[in-house]
Design a protein around this ligand. Structure first.
Ligand code: RP5
Length: 166
């Protein structure tokens, strides 16, 4: 849904290789009608872009930043250090350590600069998007209604398929 309305959520990731995971955040925001943008912003390879992105996030109207990174995953914490916009961190599943490195890099922020940290991988990306939508729902009724409808559908799907042998 990028392009039409000004984005309310920024999805950023340390590398194009993170898109396989982070597309799950974009898909959820699309499904809920949340305007968003998607960028590759690397803490290590493009630090100046990271600073610029964080410095302008609030004035551009972003209300949340979903940041995915793997390995030595500094991106969410560095963004959070440079903007007051809430940062939702998604640990990408790394090849060497299965994402434990990403998780610990993101979750173990010292007191003072918070990053809301989600599960490793696809579930974390999807849940970060649902969480961002829940934040926005406070003053965007259409997003709240979309979120309620999603939950109702999810519940009904489980209830309609409650015998795992079928
Ligand atoms: C991190 O390094 C990225 O977030 C990615 O998860 C990881 C590997 O990046 P590539 O080598 O695939 O570009 O900065």
């Amino acid at each position: 849904m990028s392009g039409e309305l000004p984005p309310l959520v920024g999805i950023v990731m340390g590398s194009r290789s993170d898109w396989e995971t982070m597309q799950h955040a974009a898909a959820k925001l699309d499904a809920l009608g949340v305007p968003h943008e998607v960028r590759v912003v690397s803490a290590h390879r493009t630090p100046d872009v990271l600073f610029e992105y964080a410095a302008t996030a609030k004035s551009r109207g972003l209300r949340a930043i979903i940041a995915g990174a793997g390995g030595a995953a500094h991106l969410p914490g560095m963004l959070a250090s440079k903007t007051a916009v809430p940062v939702l961190g998604v640990p990408v599943q790394s090849k060497a350590l299965n994402g434990m490195d990403s998780l610990l890099s993101i979750v173990q922020m010292p007191a003072g600069i918070p990053v809301a940290t989600f599960a490793i991988g696809n579930a974390g990306a999807a849940n970060a998007a649902l969480f961002a939508a829940a934040l926005l729902a406070n003053d965007q009724p259409a997003i709240g209604e979309a979120l309620d409808a999603f939950r109702t559908r999810q519940t009904n799907d489980v209830l309609a398929n409650d015998d795992p042998r079928k």
